[in-house]
Structures are given as C-alpha cells and as structure tokens.
Design a protein around this ligand. Structure first.
Ligand code: GLA
Length: 387
C-alpha cells in the first residue's frame, strides 16, 4: 500500500520528495452502543483496515487534498486562512476541521500541506471512516510540526472538530478507539472520565465478522442528534428526583425506581436503553475476563434487541442481518454496531461456521432487501502509525 499511495501522490502532486506515508485504523464496537454521550461504558477495538495517507509540507499556506476514494472530485483546494466547512468541500471538511481545531486550541499551523488519502474502510459503513480521517490528520499534524499532544488528545481534538466544525454531536468512542487502538485488544472505556483498560480478545476458534448492509446512513446524523437530545431531556427529568450526573450513573433497579419522572414513553425507552446497555457492557467485559464467550455473545444479542425496540436505531436492513445471523449454528453473538440507521453488524462466529454464515445470511438478506450485503472477517489492529 505504501508504494501505491506514494506513487499516486507523485502523480497528483508532481513528485514524492520529502512526503511521508501514514495509517490510521477504522473501528468496530463490540458492545456499549449509544452509551458514550450518556456517561456510560463502551467496548470498541481498532481494525487493521483504515485510512492511508501521504502528506508533505508546502511553502505557502495552501491546502491541497486528493482522495483515491473520490477520484472524480480531483484535487480540492483550500488554505489555512479559510478553514470553514463548505458543502462543496465534501470529505475535505474532515481534515480541515481538525486543522481548525488545532488552531482553536492554540496550536498554530505554520504552513500548508498536500495530502492524499486512500481508505479501505467501506464508505458510510459505520466503521468510522470519518473518525479515522480525523485521527490521521491530527497524527500527521503532530508528526509534521511537533505539536505536544498525546494520542488521547488527538481523539479529543477529532471529536471537537466533528462536533463543532462538522455539526455531528458524536461522543468520544470512535476517535478514542482509533487513536488508542492496540492489536488483539478491545478498549473498555468509561466515557464519564476517560479511564480505560485494554482487554485481550483471544477468540479461540472464532472470529469477528462484519456484515455491511450497504444501506447508507442518509438521515442518520439528524436522527443521531435527536436521540442524543432525547437522552439529555430524560436525564434532566430524572435529575429532578435523583442526584445523578449522567444516565451511566444508574443501575437497572435504580432506573426502574425513578423512571416515572420521565414525562414521555419514548424518552423512557431511550433512557432505559442507555442505562441497561451500560450495565450490559460491564457484564460483557466481566464475562470475557471469565472466558465465558457464550455469555458475551448473549449480551451482544440483548444489546441488539434493545437498540431495535427501545432505542429504535436499527431498521429492516440491520435487523435482517442480525436475525438471520442468530439462525446460523456457530454464531456466538450478533448485533448492529455504530450509530445504526444503516451501516454494519458485528458477529462473533466460530471458524467452521464462517462460510455458511456468509452464504446463508447473504442469501436471505439479498432475497429480502433486494441488494447484497458485504462481509469482512476482520482483525484487531493498532492505532495510528508512520509507515
Ligand atoms: C457513532 C458516534 C459514537 C457513538 C456511536 C453509537 O459512531 O460517532 O460517538 O455514539 O455512534 O454508539
């Protein structure tokens, strides 16, 4: 890959003298969905697929961007004096947002750059291609200009840029999983205080399989923001009767005691998901530590049911993938992953069942939905690196 992207960089930007190549992963969340903006726990891991980039400083303040995933868009230009989101600027609003965020945080970028990207995360799949681009950009800025920021800072800067520059009120999970990724480990992160622990994932005789619904998120971002504000409102209602800082502070029984303070059935369901999913995530990590992968899988299944019935972020495509997966012998657990409304499912499948899983779920999906899903057997990889 390094040779391919350097060669393309030379073709697009003249030559590749003094250009450096980089990588940042994508992520998949094993359990703990829609908990990261509710002060709860998440359990994601970085993948070996992600975004490759080549970058080089310029002598002026111009920014020139090129993506091998959107070759039809050609070179998109901007400058450090004009770091604003524009619709026509398309994907470049992500790297530009991170540059803007560095400047907002007092780190002045001294000169422009040429940047080429090539990602192998299926686009719009919910495996965090945008967070991958954000962390990659921050990593490049640090490498190029020596800014004094940790990988955890890169995650926070990425989230800040997505919230404030790109207008999506995402939590910290994606950027954190990507910036802090560790091969063969998932990250058990408490989003209330960012304390975390690496948990080894050694699925003896099984693998992580991602099924991509090929349904684009579409209106997902606005629905995402809507869920977030429903939870915020439910929290405020509960706070009128009980002193808590976030929904993540509540155990299931405590929630049942105070839920009548929430003045809407919909918001009660949303808050219930946030509370129960957080508790499920803690139980799932405990099960994994006890080597009880069956219990882990059952908690994944329960997570999907809650996202389908209470949080209502699945839809026929994700439900079909998961419900068909549950029918296959050798599937330990299966659920939607990421924001929902399209995107992917994550399943843990025994090695000997993987071919059947892909054939059977793929066939049933296409018959019901009318187009095909894509399947990826993935590996857990490290965070960003210089190639
Ligand atoms: C998206 C957001 C994350 C998280 C998930 C849902 O991926 O970017 O912050 O909220 O959805 O768990």
């Amino acid at each position: 890959m390094k040779e391919t992207i350097l060669a393309k960089f030379a073709e697009v930007f003249g030559d590749d003298k003094e250009a450096r190549a980089y990588f940042a992963p994508g992520r998949v969340n094993l359990i703990g969905e829609h908990t990261d903006y509710n002060g709860g726990h998440v359990f994601p891991c970085a993948l070996t697929i992600g975004t490759y980039g080549v970058a080089r400083k310029r002598e002026d303040s111009k920014l020139r961007f090129y993506s091998m995933n959107f070759e039809n868009l050609g070179v998109i230009e901007s400058s450090l004096e004009d770091l604003k989101p524009y619709k026509e600027a398309d994907w470049t609003n992500y790297p530009k947002g991170v540059m803007w965020a560095f400047q907002e945080k007092g780190m002045q970028i001294p000169c422009g750059m040429d940047l080429l990207l090539n990602g192998n995360i299926p686009n719009g799949s919910g495996l965090s291609s945008s967070a991958s681009v954000e962390v990659l950009t921050g990593f490049i800025l640090r490498d190029m200009f020596g800014f004094d920021v940790t990988n955890q800072d890169l995650a926070l800067i990425g989230q800040f840029s997505e919230n404030k520059f790109n207008g999506v009120n995402c939590g910290i999970m994606d950027q954190f999983a990507i910036a802090m990724g560790k091969k063969d480990h998932a990250i058990f992160l408490d989003t209330a205080d960012l304390s975390f622990e690496y948990a080894p994932i050694s699925l003896e005789g099984a693998k992580i399989v991602i099924a991509c619904s090929n349904k684009k998120r579409g209106l997902g971002d606005s629905k995402y923001n809507e869920r977030r504000s429903e939870c915020e409102q439910a929290l405020a209602e509960i706070q009128s009767v009980k002193k808590i800082a976030t929904l993540g502070d509540l155990q299931e029984a405590e929630f049942e005691e105070v839920k009548s303070a929430i003045d809407s059935d919909i918001r009660t369901k949303r808050a219930k998901h946030a509370v129960y999913e957080n508790q499920r995530t803690m139980k799932a990590v405990a099960a994994l530590k006890a080597n009880d992968i069956t219990a882990f899988g059952q908690l994944m299944n329960a997570s999907h049911v809650s996202l389908r019935d209470d949080y209502e972020v699945t839809g026929i495509e994700l439900d079909t993938l998961v419900e068909e997966a549950w029918k296959v012998e050798g599937v330990i657990g299966s659920r939607m992953t990421g924001a929902g409304f399209g995107g992917c499912t994550v399943s843990i499948v025994k090695d000997e069942a993987i071919d059947t899983f892909i054939a059977q779920v793929g066939k049933a999906y296409e018959a019901k939905i009318g187009y095909a899903a894509d399947f990826y057997v993935v590996e857990i990889g490290d965070g960003p690196s210089v190639l």
